[in-house]
Design a protein around this ligand. Structure first.
Ligand code: UGA
Length: 436
């Protein structure tokens, strides 16, 4: 008999996982405590923007295999339960807040049938899975627990779930591995590498991967600082070092740095956990990674002040981009929005445009100005800041925009615009890490 699955927590990760598992042919029940989210998902509507997931969700709902509910007892029929709730940074420190993970496991424990497997996908501090497994042995001894970290990127969530570059499972016994192999058979059959690990290693794989990615970005942003000081060009430098296959050219895009709901909080939680484990020194470098990243935001503000004046009160600044990266409406810890808010706090009149993230940005910073299109955003502005590299910004015609603005100054915070094109249209063009 085919396995039945439950997905607990239907945010970004959970909604994606539920729809993708349904598309593999499983019967899937998604559970979340938020009735509004569940109402939308049940109608096949996605509460956030993710390319391709909207159509997948709608078609899976139509098959009848995929359903959503707020009632935890509905998981009773399922054999495998994926925990996909968030683990945000805690309000009072660097550590991850595990409230949702704990309450998700407690919420399903009374309903777990004999032989079922709880599978954590959330990013957690190392040691969490072992602790939860021991608790479950008390509250639901008929069930077991495994960990299966998720590596999906926003903007590529469906692709990364259905054709991941590896599957990592943290298990305490062969049976748990066999169950997970049965779930992921169609993906394994594509030739996807399968890595069996113990519970702590599987948790560490996830935070190690995100720490490495954050380090790569901060490395190139540190090089950008040096290039600015030395008269170099970080985009040429990145291209040149990227040809070395040991280095690789991905994640070497210098600019205003990383944000989002994962990289910043994951490196902080990793540092906090290492300190608890007595291994503080091993991750001390991540503090510097975080500092370089936050400094990039400040460097853009410094260029703005150098171009206008220290007192920004009489200037209008047009900000292109609010999402933490393109193809997403997510503004969690968005460098773009942080810079916009800081400039406004410094007295500038700031108007923000984003193709998808305006609604979320407005909720976060209701006092910022927002424009429905680029033309309205840049109208009469003294300076344009390009902060999220949406394709439509790369395709803008600098000649047409020149007629709308007060001053033709643009700062490319993502090193994604065509400098020559802007300059030949008469713009003063700055980019982070490019000195001329
Ligand atoms: C990240 C990881 O890439 C995923 O593998 C992981 O599964 C996910 O976190 C998670 O933990 O759930 P995501 O947050 O969607 O995915 O975003 P990334 O594509 O990693 O980008 C993160 C930030 O780095 C963005 O703000 C982006 O603009 C910035 N970035 C990226 C750069 O500044 N330069 C680069 O070269 C690349």
């Amino acid at each position: 008999m085919a396995l039945k699955l439950s997905v607990v927590g239907c945010g970004y990760l959970g909604a994606t996982h539920a729809a993708c598992m349904s598309s593999l042919g499983f019967e899937v029940i998604g559970v979340d405590t938020d009735p509004e989210k569940i109402a939308m998902l049940s109608k096949g509507e996605l509460p956030f923007y993710e390319p391709g997931l909207d159509t997948l969700l709608a078609s899976e709902i139509k098959t009848g295999r995929l359903t959503f509910t707020t009632d935890f007892s509905a998981v009773a029929d399922a054999d495998v339960h994926f925990i996909c709730v968030g683990t945000p940074q805690s309000k009072d420190g660097l550590a991850a807040d595990l409230t949702y993970v704990k309450s998700a496991v407690q919420g399903i424990a009374p309903h777990l049938k004999k032989g079922s497997l709880v599978v954590g996908k959330s990013t957690v501090p190392v040691g969490t899975a072992q602790g939860l497994r021991e608790q479950l042995a008390q509250s639901a001894p008929q069930a077991d627990l495994a960990w299966n970290p998720e590596f999906l990127r926003e903007g590529f969530a469906v692709e990364d779930t259905l054709t991941p570059n590896r599957l990592v499972v943290g298990v305490a016994n062969d049976r748990a591995e066999e169950i997970l192999k049965e779930v992921y058979k169609p993906i394994i059959d594509l030739g996807t590498p399968w890595i069996r690990a113990d519970l702590p290693t599987s948790e560490l794989v996830k935070v190690a991967a995100n720490s490495f990615l954050a380090t790569k970005i901060s490395f190139i942003n540190a090089m950008a600082e040096v290039c600015e000081a030395a008269g170099g060009d970080v985009t040429v430098l990145a291209k040149a070092i990227g040809y070395d296959p040991r280095i690789g050219n991905r994640f070497l895009q210098a600019g205003i740095g990383f944000g989002g709901g994962c990289l910043p909080k994951d490196i902080r939680a990793f540092m906090a956990r290492a300190e608890e484990l007595g291994a503080k020194q091993a991750l001390e470098f991540l503090r510097e990674i975080d500092a370089i990243n936050l400094r990039a935001r400040q460097r853009v503000i410094d260029v703005v002040r150098a171009e206008l004046t220290d007192d920004l009160t009489s200037y209008k600044i047009a900000v292109l981009g609010a999402a933490f990266k393109p193809d997403s409406d997510d503004v969690r810890d968005s460098p773009a929005l942080d810079i916009a808010a800081q400039l406004q706090a410094a007295g500038a009149s700031v108007v923000v445009h984003d193709p998808k993230a305006i609604e979320n940005a407005r909720k976060r910073f209701p006092k910022l100005g927002f424009a429905a299109n680029v033309q309205e955003c840049v109208k009469d502005s003294d300076l344009i800041l390009h902060l999220t590299e949406w394709r439509e910004y790369r395709e803008l015609d600098p000649n047409a925009l020149a007629a709308l603005v007060k001053k033709k100054i643009v700062i490319d915070g993502r090193n994604a615009l065509d400098r020559d094109k802007w300059r030949s249209a008469g713009w003063k063009f700055h980019a982070l890490g490019r000195s001329d």
